[in-house]
Design a protein around this ligand. Structure first.
Ligand code: SAM
Ligand code: DTB
Ligand code: SF4
Length: 332
């Protein structure tokens, strides 16, 4: 049986076709590289401008001191990474950062907070940030941890376009990486985001010691969310000293490119975001990621606490590849 041909691509139709099995996704990963890239590019060109890449700026509005134990994360209070527990930024400082990101060419602004879950008194200033950042004409995204009933609705009301909440890895590997919550907790928050009418930004991290089958399991889980996420960040683990994963073996860069290609094939309409890890990635590998269907990057010399290529370097790379920036899809 040809598992590759059997599966329709991530559907938008009301009658949802068969979900992706992990075996079918593994079969994609196992393709010869040229065949995988051809399939990914075909799907990409059917659904997107292949020369457009969205530039999204990330800002840590509340850094460090997080009570969770995510093995990859420099912001967990229990990891000795040199990241301090800082107070939340002021609304004005956040809006100023968004204004400058826009002046530099970003069309999307993502605000991240190192919380397990936002307290209601902390959510209020975030709502003001969302309102004012969106008023600048930027697409807005926030990642604040698990949401309590009602909070997704308040964010939506304030004008939040996307909520980022990652599944991070395969269901059966999740407990090896995080013990203070379950993947089901993540799915519950995603369901609240959906029912509040927001776009879902949900992806994961590769290079945490997972097997290829587990990478396929993550992608299958994401592609089978119903409806599938509009935005899928694919992060390469940044091995931060002081985190439990600091000495993880480096992933073969071509395996990272394969992961991007498989995400593109299984989620044709989604924005596939080449997220953390670009600073340590050669420009040739980044170019392969764009060929594989990545159509968004984090832009600006900082992610949340770790580095990212500087803006001039990214301009030069886009110029060399003939890539242009993409306008927000939310109709500002
Ligand atoms: N605290 C919230 C949460 O966990 O949902 C929001 C912020 S958290 C830092 C957002 C995402 O950053 C995580 O889900 C993870 O995918 C990514 N991330 C954190 N540390 C990373 C690292 N060292 N390398 C790659 N991605 C990382
Ligand atoms: C996502 O998937 N990646 C971004 C964003 N969503 C919030 C975060 C990357 C964080 C990398 C580690 C750091 O800079 O602290
Ligand atoms: Fe906290 Fe989010 Fe980092 Fe986990 S990933 S430790 S929840 S900031």
């Amino acid at each position: 049986m040809d598992t590759l041909e059997k599966h329709p691509q991530c559907p938008d139709s009301p009658s949802r076709p068969q979900p992706w099995s992990v075996d079918a996704v593994v079969a994609l990963f196992d393709l010869p590289f040229a065949d995988l890239m051809f399939r990914a590019q075909t799907v990409h060109r059917e659904n997107h401008d292949p020369n457009a890449v969205q530039r999204s700026t990330l800002l840590s509005i509340k850094t460090g001191g997080c009570p969770e134990d995510c093995g990859y994360c420099p912001q967990a209070a229990r990891h000795d990474t040199g990241v301090d527990n800082e107070p939340m930024m002021s609304v004005d400082a956040v809006v100023e950062a968004a204004r400058s990101a826009k002046a530099n060419g970003a069309t999307r602004f993502c605000m991240g907070a190192a919380w397990r879950s936002p307290k209601q008194r902390d959510l209020e200033p975030v709502l003001a940030m969302v309102r004012q950042v969106r008023a600048l004409g930027l697409e807005t995204c926030a990642t604040l941890g698990m949401l309590k009933p009602g909070q997704a609705g308040q964010l939506r009301e304030a004008g939040l376009d996307y909520y980022n909440h990652n599944l991070d890895t395969a269901p059966e590997f999740y407990g090896d990486i995080v013990s203070t919550r379950t993947q089901q907790d993540r799915l519950d928050t995603l369901a609240q985001v959906r029912s509040a009418g927001m776009n879902v930004c949900c992806g994961g991290i590769v290079g945490m010691g997972e097997t290829r089958r587990q990478r396929a399991g993550l992608i299958a889980t994401l592609a089978n969310l119903d409806p599938c996420p509009e935005s899928v960040p694919i992060n390469h683990l940044v091995r931060v000293p002081g985190t439990p994963l600091e000495n993880e073996d480096a992933l073969d860069p071509l395996e990272f490119v394969r992961t991007v290609a498989v995400a593109r094939i299984t989620m044709p309409r989604a924005m596939v975001r080449l997220s953390a890890g670009r600073e340590e990635m050669s420009e040739a590998v980044q170019a392969l990621c764009f060929l594989a269907g990545a159509n968004s990057v984090f832009y600006g010399d900082r992610l949340l606490t770790t580095g990212n290529p500087d803006v001039e370097r990214d301009h030069a790379l886009f110029d060399r590849l003939g890539i242009h920036g993409l306008e927000p899809a939310t109709g500002h």
